[in-house]
Design a protein around this ligand. Structure first.
Ligand code: AGP
Length: 620
């Protein structure tokens, strides 16, 4: 979704803003813009471009980009088509107030009508222009009103979600920021001489570790040489919590890989070790899981009558695996809900229920709303989140970070395997606490879990083979992915990966369901990917394959090492090492990630920033 960067200090703002926008490109956007306030005459120089940040840079060539304060934005269109006019920053009628905004002002139509009646005219189709005009109107009508007060009073009239940074060109010594349901981080430079503002910590981490994450309903004034002033919509002062945020900067670069997605696929062996580090513990001959979140909330978790997992997209697929893990190891019934449906459902939920929210970004609007609903009904919220300090991490009663490092590629890869790894640890730790898992079983699973990174390395050695195979699939307009049991969610995830980045239509199905409809689609043009590892229902999936072969379908199968049976049926096979059933998804998904990556590259597509997609979906 949209990205915000702001700077005020003693350095030239422009390079910081542009570098920051590049670091936020992964979020997905369709236009970009920036405003620089000149230190000489207080004039605001505003530049906008449709397309990429590089287009914006080109636009600024030979133009005045000087100034030690400025704001910048990447826009993902909601209200109004992607063009220069609708791109941020937006200005008020006097041109004095300049604003960048993430989120949606839901009551913008009525506010716009009211402002129009008072003589304010509008140049864009955006909801953001309404907000900047409302701030201007407040300054015009409330005697002596400065920007910070005007922002507060204006936001009290707004319904919706926002992260904003505003500047008054007449008083360029301060930037005013605010947040509701859309993230905003403020980095504080030494002695408060400079402030860095961004939608997440990635553009800030190279300058300072001291970070404040605004909470909903908070407004902050960043003024050179003064302490950060935070207050709320009711004008009560807030003592900001300054966090020390350590981000591994290598995670923010491609490190020689052509795309973040490929790098992140190859990151998996190492980051899964990080994910397990200090959590999978060997005491003598026995293994155990140490998750402080579980230890601190044993009663709520162990006594759960029922668990509901809420999430979206890839995180929802991880949730389907989580259901199997928790039901298998803990014998607690688990439901998995799309957060977007759950949030509006008439959910029968209450005290004694545990809701597990899974999210890479920790900022997904639907998942946040689902958590709110569950909280209001008295459920206990356990977050499984990657982005440290994110909204979902903060709104959960307890939880566990995935610790796989920032994920930049829009198509989620290492977060998925990280989520499964956490779910395995969670299920075992709860199962041991409940007495539904024997020590011998815990030993077997955890010992094998520690072998998984090495086995993923083995799968990754087949990258070249998958690359060649991918070239033969670029013709396809449709794909079917089939799996059963533990591999059914992997089939869904493989299909999602392919459609996200290659724009090939793909469906994931439980293999046996094929007969109930999708089989009608099978012909020689339709590639069918089977995840057919040696595990539960293996023989049955072989029968499903035969049904495809007899209809001239083309099969690519993911099989266990030394499989002979499938080789005789499928046109192409990719082998993965043997492992125990519940850990199979951690290996079987890797070739599917690589396949989608190579198909998309072969089609010449923008793998890291696929069209129309955003990395974190912070609006409904
Ligand atoms: C994954 O490849 C997708 N980009 C998308 O489905 C994603 O998983 C979904 O939007 C949920 O995001 P979250 O994990 O950050 O909540």
């Amino acid at each position: 979704m949209c990205g915000i960067v702001g700077y005020i200090g003693f350095r030239q703002a422009f390079p910081i803003l542009i570098d920051g926008l590049h670091k936020l490109e992964y979020r997905g956007y369709d236009s970009a813009g920036c405003a620089l306030i000149s230190d000489v005459d207080g004039k605001a120089n505003i530049y906008k471009a449709k397309g990429k940040v590089s287009d914006l840079e080109q636009k600024t060539n030979n133009h005045d980009c000087s100034g030690t304060s400025g704001i910048a934005h990447t826009r993902w269109a909601t209200h109004g088509i992607p063009n220069e006019t609708n791109a941020h920053p937006h200005t008020s009628q006097t041109r004095n107030i300049i604003l960048v905004h993430n989120g949606i002002i839901e009551n913008y139509t009525i506010l716009k009508e009211q402002l129009q009646q008072k003589g304010y005219s509008f140049e864009t189709e955006t909801d953001t222009e309404v907000l900047v005009q409302l701030i201007q109107y407040t300054m015009d009508t409330v005697p002596g009103c400065q920007l910070d007060v005007a922002v507060r009073l204006a936001l009290k009239k707004v319904i919706g979600a926002y992260a904003i940074v505003a500047v008054d060109a007449k008083n360029p010594n301060q930037l005013v920021c605010a947040r509701k349901s859309s993230p905003l981080a403020i980095g504080i430079g030494a002695d408060n001489k400079e402030f860095f503002i961004a939608s997440d910590a990635s553009p800030i981490a190279q300058y300072t570790k001291q970070m404040v994450y605004l909470n909903d309903g908070e407004i902050a004034v960043c003024e050179r040489g003064k302490e950060l002033h935070v207050f709320n919509l009711d004008n009560e002062d807030i003592d900001p919590e300054i966090k020390e945020v350590n981000i591994d900067l290598t995670m923010l670069s491609k490190e020689g890989f052509p795309h973040f997605m490929l790098k992140e696929i190859f990151d998996q062996p190492n980051v899964l070790k990080d994910c397990m580090s200090g959590r999978v513990i060997k005491d003598g001959d026995n293994y155990r899981v140490k998750l402080s979140a579980v230890e601190n909330h044993k009663a709520e978790l162990v006594d759960a009558k029922r668990i509901i997992i809420v999430s979206c997209g890839t995180s929802w697929h991880a949730g389907l695996i989580g259901k199997q893990l928790i039901e298998h190891f803990c014998r607690i019934p688990v439901e998995v809900a799309y957060a977007s449906e759950f949030r509006y459902s008439d959910a029968v939920i209450g005290k004694g229920d545990v809701v597990i929210a899974i999210s890479q970004s920790g900022e997904t609007a639907d998942t946040m709303a689902a958590i709110e609903l569950a909280k209001n009904h008295g459920a206990f919220i356990f977050g499984i989140v990657n982005a440290v300090g994110s909204s979902i991490a903060r709104m959960s009663d307890s939880g566990t970070y995935i610790h796989v490092g920032p994920e930049i590629g829009v198509a989620s890869t290492k977060a998925f395997t990280g989520q499964i790894t956490v779910l395995v640890m969670l299920a075992l730790s709860l199962g041991m606490a409940k007495g539904t898992v024997k020590q011998s079983e815990c030993n077997e699973v955890l010992q094998e879990l520690t072998n998984i990174p090495e086995k993923i390395c083995k799968v990754l050695t087949q990258n070249d083979k998958i690359h060649s195979l991918a070239q033969t699939f670029t013709y396809a307009r449709n794909f079917l992915y089939l799996g059963r049991g533990w591999n059914y969610p992997v089939a869904l995830e493989g299909a999602l990966k392919l459609k996200e980045i290659s724009y090939i239509h793909a469906e994931g199905y439980p293999a046996a369901e094929m007969k109930h409809g999708p089989i009608a689609l099978i012909d020689s043009e339709m590639p069918v990917v089977f995840i057919a590892t040696h595990h539960q229902l293996y023989q049955k999936i072989i029968s499903n394959m035969q049904e495809i072969v007899s209809r001239n379908g083309r099969i690519l199968a993911i099989v266990s090492e030394n499989d002979e049976q499938v080789k005789g049926i499928a046109k192409d096979v990719i082998e993965i090492p043997q492992t125990i059933n519940c850990l199979v998804p951690l290996l079987s998904v890797i070739p599917l990630q690589l396949l989608s990556y190579h198909v998309a590259v072969a089609k010449g597509l923008d793998v890291d920033q696929p069209r129309n997609l955003a990395k974190s979906v912070t609006v409904e």
